[in-house]
Ligand binder design. Sequence first.
Ligand SMILES: NC(=O)C1=CN([C@@H]2O[C@H](COP(=O)(O)OP(=O)(O)OC[C@H]3O[C@@H](n4cnc5c(N)ncnc54)[C@H](O)[C@@H]3O)[C@@H](O)[C@H]2O)C=CC1
Ligand SMILES: NCC(=O)COP(=O)(O)O
Length: 335
Amino acid sequence: MVRPVALTLGEPAGIGPDIAIAAWLRRESDAVPPFYLLGDRAFIAARAKLLGVDLPLADADPGDVSGIFTEALPIVPTGHPTTARPGHPDHNSAAAVIGSIRQAVNDVVAGHAAALVTNPIAKSVLYRAGFAHPGHTEFLAELAATNGQPPQPVMLLWSSDLAVVPVTIHLPLREAITTLSSRMIVDTTRIVVAGLRTRFGIPRPRIAVSGLNPHAGEDGSLGTEDQTIVAPAIATLRAEGIDVKGPLPADTMFHEAARRTYDCAICMYHDQALIPVKTLAFDRAVNVTLGLPFIRTSPDHGTAFDIAGTGRANPSSLIAALRLAARMADSTHLA
Ligand SMILES: NC(=O)C1=CN([C@@H]2O[C@H](COP(=O)(O)OP(=O)(O)OC[C@H]3O[C@@H](n4cnc5c(N)ncnc54)[C@H](O)[C@@H]3O)[C@@H](O)[C@H]2O)C=CC1
Ligand SMILES: NCC(=O)COP(=O)(O)O
């Protein structure tokens, strides 16, 4: 039996429901693997109606999904009635959003689902409801903790044009710079190399590490962190036999010819990594969390409140996330 992918509700006032519905409608044309949505059936039915879609829905258990998927979008109820209006986020939806994530993680950990795909959440809305984690990446690591110790999660943005990883993730830029350490770069890169080998079938990943400062510090005259933090991390990784180069000036490492020389770029902060990949591949890139004991992917974009409920949301990145999650779940033979 094919185990399905568990898809979370995400922020209900955003485009998550729209793209979930659109992905199911494209299940045949885009070879979308069987998935189920963890949410409120009446809410999904109302959004489909708003979008003008005649959508068959079926309440399901994860075990029933592969038999249902061709005929109806399977909904696994979470017990949280949801009433959000598109484009109008409300922190009262937080329990439904977080409940959906928790239940999906339980399903994956219990083996009922092959992988977890998350729809976008509005982080500031959840913060107002008391959510204490910067984003999914850190929350999922907390949920995966053993003996109170969360694994180090690594955010990989994957596309056929470019794969990038930010070493510091959801931090204010000032804090990202003071937090950055050689240890973080080394630990992150080790997790990336292991993930590319076991989940992506790249036996000897080629890694490019960016500098932090303009021109990677210009020999120390534009900042010393490239010499004192980044270069020693690269030396450590090289001594372990990892194919790694850098620190590379971040402004010149993403052009087409440069991209052909590496499999993944390790960057020092969020926007240094995400701007190039979202510019090159906004519709195709997938956010993957490495370092967890289960597979998690997500579309690269956010909640897009400006177009929720209008039918203009493009489901391509979600479809890529569903397909990649299923492919990664199939790749355990590479481990
Ligand atoms: N994995 C996650 O949960 C993520 C959540 N977010 C959250 O999303 C919220 C909004 O973030 P923004 O920076 O505005 O980014 P966004 O990605 O939601 O929107 C940026 C622009 O891209 C457009 N867009 C996004 N996805 C689209 C799609 N599938 N089809 C067509 N157009 C699309 C939007 O309409 C908007 O004009 C924030 O609260 C942020 O925290 C952002 C990124 C990832
Ligand atoms: N910009 C990427 C992003 O915010 C995704 O965060 P996460 O919710 O997947 O941790």
